[in-house]
Design a protein around this ligand. Structure first.
Ligand SMILES: Nc1ncnc2c1ncn2[C@@H]1O[C@H](COP(=O)(O)OP(=O)(O)O)[C@@H](O)[C@H]1O
Ligand SMILES: [Mg+2]
Length: 250
């Protein structure tokens, strides 16, 4: 089943055109990776998918499970099963991790037509999942992302993702600052969540994350669109030769 179909997407921030005819299809069970040099529009793509304000889609379509989502709010997109993990996750001063997770779990359950869970039950589910991901109970008492290290932010993001159980997850990786442990957390978090019903899109600058998440397809993005697509070998070529060869060939 097709989960995400991005077709000839053009998007700009103010007068600046960033996405220039970006197309990508993701079916259930597939993991795709997008790689590209800095400034190629990878993070912009994730913001446009999320429905963030200030990003104008000037042409093209984004279909999520065959529904056009361009006019939908970020909240509505999330209720359709889209999950986004950003390169720079937002801080929520005053909102503890536990409160935040309880809220998002129940609102996603309501969106799926499931009954809300009671507090005690929610806390149990959250604690169990946190333990699995090596997240301390103390971290859940802290305000979301406030003062978190890069690795802690990633771990918390993976916790959110595991609890929400989205149909399609888009992860925009930081270009630096992820230590080996954080890479492993993201890698195993994504790998554990993979199944035949879900789709994953991993956006990364470096090949090293793809040692932990083996993609079915790799796409090279330059100047707002995909220049070349292939299998995991494409990532190895990037690791060896950089992006120059893809840029020169186009
Ligand atoms: N808020 C913004 N206003 C203007 N230009 C932006 C903004 N955010 C990103 N850009 C520009 O868009 C291009 C793509 O950026 P980005 O999507 O962050 O690339 P990547 O994630 O691939 O490094 C860059 O040229 C960047 O300077
Ligand atoms: Mg980026």
């Amino acid at each position: 089943m097709n989960l995400l179909n991005i077709d000839n997407l053009h998007a700009s921030i103010g007068d600046e055109k960033i996405l220039n005819g970006f197309s990508l299809k993701i079916n259930s069970g597939e993991t795709h990776a997008i790689m590209g040099p800095n400034g190629s529009g990878k993070s912009t793509l994730s913001y446009v998918l999320s429905g963030k304000d200030d990003y104008n889609v000037t042409q093209g379509n984004i279909l999520l499970k065959n529904e056009n989502i361009i006019e939908l709010s970020a909240d509505e997109r999330s209720k359709l099963g889209l999950f986004l993990a950003f390169q720079y996750p937002i801080e929520l001063p005053g909102v503890t991790g536990m409160t935040f997770l309880r809220t998002i779990i129940n609102s996603s359950r309501v969106a799926k037509g499931l009954p809300e869970l009671e507090g005690i039950e929610l806390v149990k589910i959250i604690r169990e999942k946190a333990t699995e991901l090596n997240i301390s109970q103390d971290m859940l008492k802290r305000f979301v992302n406030v003062g978190f290290s890069g690795g802690e932010k990633k771990r918390f993001e993976i916790l959110q993702m595991s609890l929400l159980d989205p149909s399609i997850a888009v992860l925009d990786e930081t270009d630096s600052g992820l230590d080996v442990d954080a890479l492993r957390t993201v890698g195993s978090g994504v790998t554990n969540l993979k199944n035949k019903d879900k789709g994953m899109l991993v956006i990364t600058h470096y090949q090293r994350l793809l040692d932990h998440i083996v993609p079915d397809f790799v796409h090279i993005m330059v100047k707002g669109k995909i220049l070349e697509s292939g299998g995991p070998d494409l990532a190895k070529i990037v690791e060896k030769e950089g992006y120059k060869r893809f840029i020169d060939a186009n």
